[in-house]
Design a protein. Structure first.
Length: 375
């Protein structure tokens, strides 16, 4: 009986000692979670027919690698047309900014000088030499008229005497009439010269001088600023149209924006894809993190704090993580997360971004985050 009592005492002492030791030396503070990564769903904004598929599922790719290439359809022809329109509008803009050619300006100046000389000539009227010439021509036709009158008088007398025919008389009459008309014309011409240039002709000449001068000034000043601005806007519009087509041509190649692994791809050359529809699913391996849930009594952590992370696949290794997110609102523990606390307790979701191990760790791995100690 005494021995049994001693045995119970020893067992009780061991239990009490174990409880006391566990209170003084609690187990490591850890929470479990899963490694996750961003899933990037890539596609094209233009769509079309698949020309090449350059990757397969599970393949690792680098940033900038072409994954899928689409056929250009009519984009190359549209680009050539847009480029021709841009060149045409650039030429028109350069023409306006350069202004008129020196030959055109010189021609306008010559027209201005010619109009001024013509106005001066009209204002000065006929020269004295012209008047003398007109008077001499008038005296000449008057003399011709006197001769025609004498010839007509003789022919009339001879015809009465029967010495001249009727034909000769008619010819003399016509010569007299023609001489009379020439005298009238020359006299009127002399009177016009003596009266000088009419005011209406001078007014017309003055208007032509103003017109020629304005045309010369216009060519000297070049094109208006509004015309140049309009041409520049047309160039910009053509350039924008060309840039838009170049952007569409660039969209023919679906490229990887970062290093990752092809997660899902079900395409063959010849398949049709819609614009803005994802065609490749890519897992971003450059940014891995652990999603874990921390009980309220373990919430003495802060953003930016570095923690140790371990995974079952590498039991002898540890990795470094940094807390980049702590939820501000509590939630119930998800069913697939194991914690030392009861599941009915509320927890806070955290995000621990992995700073190393990207070449060995994979999304979906279970991971333990150590909430104490240094990584």
């Amino acid at each position: 009986m005494i021995q049994r009592a001693i045995g119970f005492a020893i067992v009780a002492a061991v239990l009490i000692g174990s409880l006391w030791y566990s209170q003084l030396h609690p187990g490591p503070r850890t929470v479990s979670g899963f490694i996750e990564a961003d899933e990037i769903r890539l596609g094209s904004r233009v769509g079309g027919r698949i020309h090449k598929v350059l990757v397969v599922e599970g393949q690792s790719v680098a940033a900038g690698d072409v994954l899928v290439e689409l056929e250009p359809f009519d984009l190359l022809q549209r680009r050539a047309q847009a480029e021709a329109v841009l060149k045409q509008r650039q030429t028109a803009h350069e023409k306006l900014t350069s202004g008129y050619r020196p030959e055109e300006i010189a021609q306008a100046k010559a027209r201005d000088e010619q109009s001024r000389a013509n106005l001066l000539m009209l204002q000065n009227g006929p020269r004295e030499q012209e008047l003398e010439t007109a008077r001499a021509e008038l005296n000449l036709v008057i003399a011709e008229l006197d001769l025609a009158e004498e010839n007509y008088g003789r022919t009339t007398n001879l015809q009465k005497q029967g010495a001249a025919t009727q034909e000769a008389l008619d010819r003399a009459r016509k010569e007299r009439q023609a001489a009379t008309e020439r005298v009238t014309a020359r006299r009127e011409q002399l009177e016009l010269l003596e009266e000088g240039t009419r005011e209406e002709e001078i007014a017309i000449a003055e208007a032509r001088v103003r017109e020629a001068n304005e045309a010369w000034q216009l060519m000297q000043n070049g094109y208006r600023e509004e015309e140049i601005a309009e041409a520049a806007a047309a160039v910009q519009a053509a350039q924008s149209a060309l840039d838009a087509i170049d952007t569409q041509i660039g969209e023919l190649k679906v490229q990887s924006p970062t290093a990752g692994v092809v997660d899902a791809l079900d395409l063959q050359p010849g398949d049709l894809v819609s614009a803005n529809a994802p065609v490749v699913s890519l897992v971003d391996m450059t940014n891995l993190w652990v999603r874990a849930y921390v009980p309220e009594n373990e919430l003495d952590i802060s953003i930016g704090q570095k923690l140790k992370v371990t995974v079952d696949s590498y039991p002898s290794d540890s990795f470094t993580g940094e807390i980049t997110f702590i939820s501000r609102q509590a939630e119930f523990t998800p069913g697939n997360v194991q914690t030392p606390e009861e599941r009915s307790k509320q927890v806070f979701r955290i995000k621990v971004t992995l700073l190393d191990g990207h070449d060995r760790l994979r999304p979906g791995m279970s991971a333990d985050v150590w909430l104490e100690g240094t990584p």
